[in-house]
Structures are given as C-alpha cells and as structure tokens.
Design a protein around this ligand. Structure first.
Ligand code: BYC
Ligand code: FE
Ligand code: FE
Length: 464
C-alpha cells in the first residue's frame, strides 16, 4: 500500500478507511507533539534540519532528504509490505498461518512486549535532549536530530499497534508512554539503561553503538513474530535503525582517529599528556565501553528465562534471523549456560535471551576489530576489548556478583576502577563545546570522511 501523505498522520495502513482508529490516533497526536516540544531536543526545534523522511517503504522512497523543521517532521505509520501466505516460523504453532489479530490468550503478553519496546523509544529522546547544545559539529547535530525524530516515529509504530489491536487498554498504555520519563524517580522508563543520563557525546556514540544495537536484535526477534502486524512494523523500523548504529560506530572511530593523531604528535600514550592536549585517551574509551556494553547486556533479560520460553513456544518472539537456525521447535534440545554455580543445562527455549544476546555480542565485536586495526596501524600497542559477560551485571545469573572484565572473581573496587570515574566524566564534559560553523568540528574529534546523502561535509546540515 502506498503511503498516504494527505492525512494528518502519514500512513500505509489505510487509516482513512478506519475512522475509529484514525480518530483515536488523532487524539493521541497533540499529546505526542506536546511531549516532543517539552522533552524532545532542547534546541533546534525552530531550525531547518536536513532530515530523511519515508515517502514509501520500498528501497526507492524510504529515505527522501530535505530541510525540515523537526516539529513538522511527518511522523507516520509504516509497515513493510505483507507477504502473502506467510506462516509462523517457530514454536508450537510453526507452519500455521500468521495472525492478523491478537489471539486472546496471548493478549496481555503481546501487549507487554509492545509496551516494553515502545517505552524505550521516547526514553532515548529524553535521555539525549540536551546534547544539541554541545554538538561537536553541524553534521553531528543533524545526525542526533535524525535519530531523535526516528525514535519518535518508532514510538508511533508501537502506539499504532496498541490502538489498532488492543482496544481501550492499548489506548491507556499509549498514554502512559508519554507519562513515564527517563530517570524520573516516581515514574521511570521500564528498562534500566533507558534511565541513564546521556549528557556528553561520547556517551551518545556509545549508546548508539551498543544500545541501539540491542534495539536491532530485539526488533529482529520481533520481526519474526507470528503476530503479523508486529512483524511488519519491526521489519520497517530496522531499515531506519541501521543509521543509528552508523552514528555510533563512526562517532567512536572519529574520536579514536583524533586521539591517535595527537598520540603521534606527542609521541606518547600518557593519559595526562593527552588530556592536557584536549583529547580522549584510549583507556578512557575502554571504561566507557565497559559501562555501556555491560548495561546493554542487561537489556536482553535473564539468560535463563521462562518468559522467553513462553514467547518462543507461542510464536510471539523468535530469534534474530530465525531462518538461519535448523531447529525451529527447540522443545527437545538443551544448552549449557555459564552461571556462578558452574555450567548449567537449560532447555533451549528457556535460553532464548542467551541466544539472541550471543548474536548481539558477535555483532558488537565488528566495530572493535575495526578500531583496533586503526590503533595498530598508527603504531600503538593497545587493544579495546568487550568485557566478560559476567562483568557488572544487574540482570540475569551474574547480577550482583563481583566479576572482573576478564570474568574472574574480584572485589568491588576492581569494578569501580574499570568504569568511568567522576574525573573521567568531568573531563569528557569539560570538552563538550558547540561548534556551529559548517565544515568545522570540536578538537576532541575529527570530521567524517563523507557527508550525509552525498552532501559535502561542510554542508549546512542545520540552518541555525
Ligand atoms: N531493566 O525473564 P526476564 C531499543 C524485567 S532497545 C529492567 O529476565 P524477559 C532502543 C523483565 O521485563 C530494545 N527490567 O526477561 C534502543 C521482566 O519483568 P516482568 C527494546 C528488566 O522477559 C536505543 C523481569 O525483569 N526492546 O529498541 O525474557 C534507542 C524478568 O524478565 C530488564 C525490547 O526489549 C532491564 N534491563 O526479557 C531507542 C523488546 N531486563 O515481566 C530504542 C521487548 C528484564 O517479570 N522486550 N527486565 O515484570 C522483551 O522482549 C523483554 O521484555 C526483555 C526481557 C528482552 C526486555
Ligand atoms: Fe528505535
Ligand atoms: Fe535507534
């Protein structure tokens, strides 16, 4: 179905022929816009920003670029095209036709999955709210805004499902999404990481590298769902998600490139000397990796989870790239899971979070290899590493157990040492200054090799 841009809410779900749903969403829309104005980006709302907007869901139209004011961005509802004859790909209902409506027995479980997914999207916008005030370049400011408007759209994607398929309690959940706030003591966001402040750009790059990548793997798992509207929604969200991880990976690469330049100039890797020169030393980056990565691992839920087993058995949430597995039933196989009491045999269905997380961990390694090649090529002997899965966990079998980054028992002080200290955070913050001249950037990072959508790096990405 082509995207209808004439409606107040752009969509490819034939909203104009469903008046009740259209009215309900049009009722939610002003609350969303109020939320966006109040808790969305703290600057740039009145400026023209070079953003991409979907004009169709196919390869040609989903990334159409132009200068737009953020409050005028066309947040809409886009589902990937329907695959005729699609059947459920895993679990007890494998081979049966996918569901176009919510099966009543799975209503509350599905609603909870959709609410948990939806809650993270506005949470991230709130976390990143003040970053534009210290953007290291106009290019970065534009990327931040692109990520923010798309996370706003991802909220729309989940709110559409709640309104269209869950009746009154769905509408109530949609309202609650705008009442919970990141870091709010009384009314926090649902998942841990989404209550952590992101008030410097190093944290932003780490978040888009590690946390948005959790998003990728969760969306891939939900894109396998037997509830077809959820699967198609998540499939389209994934096309947008790739850019968020690109922002993280290239963001960290550009920081490392700058640090290596200064390390060469000074002929030193001494953190104090590098800090005097105004760049981020590599051990500092490692501590930020330790923090954001361990926090992201928690987002996969417990390694041994009866919730996960239920989702899988009932065809609600699969594994990322379910096609690539041989066994789609998994009711008779077992896995070995590493726990503080030794290796434990667990039914595969109960180990689904662990499997999804394993795919995620492999994916995280790709950027690190690239960064390590840069470091080696510059002639320095330093390797960035992902800490052990046991390190600094709040969720799962290793929660609250003191384990070093190497996965060995240790004291709490050895954990504090390898996480960003107040001094680290203070130093990173001290570097944050806004650079708003097109084609220039802050001295702690470097400009990218290429601009967005073949535009030059010095393009006026945000017209201030
Ligand atoms: N913090 O069996 P368990 C994204 C709860 S990111 C707090 O271990 P389960 C994005 C859990 O809810 C992707 N609580 O876990 C990225 C459960 O509570 P109930 C977001 C947590 O259920 C960047 C209890 O602990 N999408 O899109 O197998 C920017 C025990 O549960 C945490 C999704 O997560 C935590 N970290 O799996 C913008 C997909 N972890 O039910 C966006 C939807 C667990 O006992 N969610 N708990 O009250 C899910 O699939 C699952 O809920 C989880 C947890 C994978 C999160
Ligand atoms: Fe998202
Ligand atoms: Fe994202």
């Amino acid at each position: 179905m082509a995207i209808d841009y004439q409606s107040r809410i752009p969509n490819n779900v034939d909203l104009s022929n469903n008046r009740g749903l259209q009215r309900a969403l049009e009722h939610w829309q002003p609350a969303f816009l109020d939320w966006w104005k109040e808790l969305g980006p703290a600057m740039g709302q009145e400026n023209d920003v070079y953003l991409r907007t979907a004009t169709s869901v196919d390869a040609k139209g989903w990334a159409t670029f132009g200068h737009v004011k953020m409050p005028d961005y066309r947040w809409g509802i886009f589902l990937a095209d329907k695959k005729e004859g699609r059947t459920i790909g895993f679990g007890d209902y494998k081979g049966q036709p996918v569901w176009e409506q919510v099966p009543s027995e799975y209503r509350s479980v599905l609603r909870r999955l959709i609410v948990t997914q939806g809650d993270t999207e506005p949470a991230s916008v709130e976390q990143q709210r003040k970053l534009a005030l210290t953007a290291p370049s106009l290019y970065d400011m534009r990327n931040l805004f692109q990520v923010n408007v798309e996370e706003g759209r991802h909220l729309w994607a989940m709110v559409y499902l709640l309104h269209a398929y869950f009746g009154r309690d769905g509408r109530e959940e949609a309202e609650e999404m705008l009442y919970r706030h990141s870091g709010d003591i009384d009314n926090p966001r649902i998942l841990g990481t989404f209550n952590e402040p992101i008030d410097d750009w190093l944290s932003f790059y780490m978040f888009t590298y590690f946390t948005d990548r959790d998003g990728k793997y969760q969306l891939k798992s939900l894109a396998e769902s037997g509830f077809d509207p959820l699967a198609r929604t998540c499939q389209f969200m994934l096309t947008e998600e790739a850019h968020h991880m690109f922002v993280g990976e290239t963001g960290i690469s550009r920081v490392i490139k700058r640090t290596l330049e200064v390390m060469k100039q000074l002929g030193s890797d001494d953190p104090d000397a590098l800090r005097k020169a105004g760049v981020m030393d590599l051990p500092l980056l490692q501590r930020y990796i330790n923090f954001w990565y361990s926090s992201a691992l928690d987002l996969f839920g417990a390694e041994i989870s009866s919730n996960a087993a239920t989702y899988f058995a009932n065809g609600l949430k699969g594994r990322p790239d379910e096609d690539t597995f041989e066994d789609h039933d998994c009711s008779e196989s077992f896995d070995q899971i590493d726990t503080p009491d030794g290796s434990q045999q667990v039914a595969t269905r109960n180990a689904m979070n662990y499997h999804t997380r394993s795919a995620y961990i492999r994916d995280c390694g790709i950027g690190l290899s690239r960064w390590n090649r840069m470091i080696k090529k510059a002639g320095f002997n330093f390797e960035l590493k992902l800490p052990s899965e046991r390190f600094n966990r709040r969720v799962g079998v290793w929660a609250g157990v003191c384990m070093s980054t190497e996965g060995q028992p240790c004291g709490p002080e050895q954990i504090t040492e390898v996480l960003p200290s107040d001094i680290d955070r203070g130093y990173v913050k001290s570097l944050m200054v806004a650079i708003t001249e097109p084609g220039e950037c802050a001295s702690w990072t470097s400009l990218p090799d290429r601009g967005i959508n073949n535009q030059p790096v010095e393009f006026e990405y945000v017209k201030l």
